[in-house]
Design a protein around this ligand. Sequence first.
Ligand SMILES: [Mn+2]
Length: 377
Amino acid sequence: MARFIHTGDWQLGMTRHYFTDGAQERFSQARFDAIARIGELAREHAAEFVVVCGDVFETNQVDRRTVSRALDGLARVPVPVYLLPGNHDPLDAGSLYRQPTFTQRKPSNVRVLETSEPLEVAPGVELVGAPWTSKRPLEDLVARATRGLEPRPGRLRIVVAHGALDALSPNPDDPALIELASFERALAERRAHYLALGDRHSLTSVGSTGRVRYAGAPEPTDFDEVEPGHVLLVELDDARCQVEPLRVATWGFERREFRLDGDADLDAFARTLEDNPNKARTVLKLDLIGTLTIRQKARLDQALEDLEDKYAAVPLSERRTELAVTPNDADFAELALSGFGAAAVARLREQAATTDELGRTARAALALLVRLSERRA
Ligand SMILES: [Mn+2]
């Protein structure tokens, strides 16, 4: 029997353009902390080893500090860890796995799967790696890694790979697609017993065998991921494959839609988003629809500014502009402007009534004016 942790897509060193410096540092740190948590889970669940199925690092160009901190974290994992080069960190001429920072500081419990030569990692248990040696492989690396394998009774084989399965990919012309049927034949013939995959950041079981899986990213990286934030605890023998997802993530990517048609909606909006106890580690994308007056839009802008201060980031949604803003008289009653100020508001209101870019700019200017005047009051 084999009992191990299957993970991948750590993406150490990943950056996001919408982060402020502080949020970026928290995001980076969370990925190092995940290594420590995976080590604790390995101990707690008596896993014999950990396989990391590619994209351990975001690129081969991550800075020295990222490599050093990763290796420091890996040294503390109480079991052997096997790293597979993926499409983000391929084993090419410039690979970080071949640079002195990595080779000289690599702890003894860490090994890079550089070839598909079966590697015995426990009595009767072999790993078969399918490493990426370039960013654009021209064949199915899993088929290549398993082609020459013969069934050996009493021996379990875990294939460690990275990439898209043909059953899930929208791009049938990609020569590197992993053919599910071909691996299922290897399973049926007992040439291999499990396919540990990375690349897809969503927790996914593919086909009906339960032996072909993506663990997903242990810390999420984007909005379109389904159930990211886990590693898989796999218990495997010839007759049985039991897999349990174990939660790791501390971050979240949330996409939320709100309909805003007045002050009551704005109250509920602010209350709901204020409620999240994990704001500093949540990236929030808002889809806002509805119709607000200028004064209400000013309230919304104030609320958004407040959210941007508290959340990790609130990147702009493409749909945020579906919010309609319509000036009404009450918006300006309290401005108490005269002379030049009153004339400017009158002109902006005229322009705000148009639907073009000028209208949008005029409405934004009026909202800002209302907001500033309220702040002064
Ligand atoms: Mn990845």
